[in-house]
Design a protein around this ligand. Sequence first.
Ligand SMILES: CC(C)(COP(=O)(O)OP(=O)(O)OC[C@H]1O[C@@H](n2cnc3c(N)ncnc32)[C@H](O)[C@@H]1OP(=O)(O)O)[C@@H](O)C(=O)NCCC(=O)NCCS
Length: 325
Amino acid sequence: MPVLSPASSEEIRAILSETHALWGEGMTLDDYIAFVRAQMESPWGRENFQYLVWKEGALVLSSLKLYRLQARCGSRHVTLGGIGAVYTPLAQRGHGHARAMLAAVLERLPAEGAHGALLFSDIGAEYYRRLGFRLMPSHEFSAPLALIPANRSSPFVVERIRDTDWPDVERLYERATASDSFVLQRSSAYWDHWRRKTQERLKRLPAGSTSPRHWIARRRRESVGYALTVFEPPALVLKELIVADGDQEIADALLAAIQRDGERLGAVRLVGWWPPLAWSRFLLSAGLHPRPRTRELTMIASFDPALDVQQLAACGDLFWATDHF
Ligand SMILES: CC(C)(COP(=O)(O)OP(=O)(O)OC[C@H]1O[C@@H](n2cnc3c(N)ncnc32)[C@H](O)[C@@H]1OP(=O)(O)O)[C@@H](O)C(=O)NCCC(=O)NCCS
């Protein structure tokens, strides 16, 4: 009977050598391996991120990444197992190994205190549906940058985020999402992990292929909103847009800054995941519309009545692209 166990260094290397072509993002193999290791070795990663293998003796039959995520669902705190990079070595495909491994993970997660499991599927919904996952709303948008209104008179100063601004960003996220019906909770260690991941990616990708453009809005000296974007020529990708008190004017100022920056960079389109919950109203008011995503489909399996997937699905999209692991 195969068993689930933490992958050794050699096993991770062997898996990454195969997944490099699929998920290497254009990095060299050594950089891709170093990129994954850096994520495992951050303080948050050491506590909340494991590479697991499904093994029969010494033979690796399948593999995945498993994250431990904290969320709030209504007034309940829930823990989610985040499943990523499900991969069966080519020589082992088609024998039900990934299915058996996922079933073992789903059996183990409740015993470890998880209320549910989350993944972003690149292979459609059917495979994971059969394992008990439910498809959640998963949308994206893509619009000519010129469509975004570039409001030039605004009471807000919008500047690039500096290192010293991140504590404000963390606080804004926490406060502004406090009334959302569902939210992934982000500790300072999580934010640190996310920033490290971004930096580690940046230093390893071919120059010019991606550049983070992060913005903070201030009224007088007070930070009142932020937007995380990445320029991936020829598109500017919106990853997250958070404002204090749901203030439309702050969102408009941030979108206008993004629009002007995109024009300077020569970007032609603004694209991204459709924002979660009520955050999407800022894009709707800028004339943008959602369409279903074909990749990175959000799927959740629930092990606990506190995590009602039907109710969740009715809320709309649930995650920012920033939450993708
Ligand atoms: C998807 C994957 C993990 C399945 O591994 P496996 O051990 O062969 O899986 P199982 O034997 O349990 O199931 C095989 C089934 O997977 C499904 N499947 C595999 N690849 C698929 C794809 N690209 N799209 C949709 N379904 C797919 C099919 O239903 C297949 O059944 P079939 O062989 O009758 O067509 C494996 O194909 C793989 O590693 N692919 C590359 C990485 C990847 O895309 N991972 C998924 C990320 S969300």
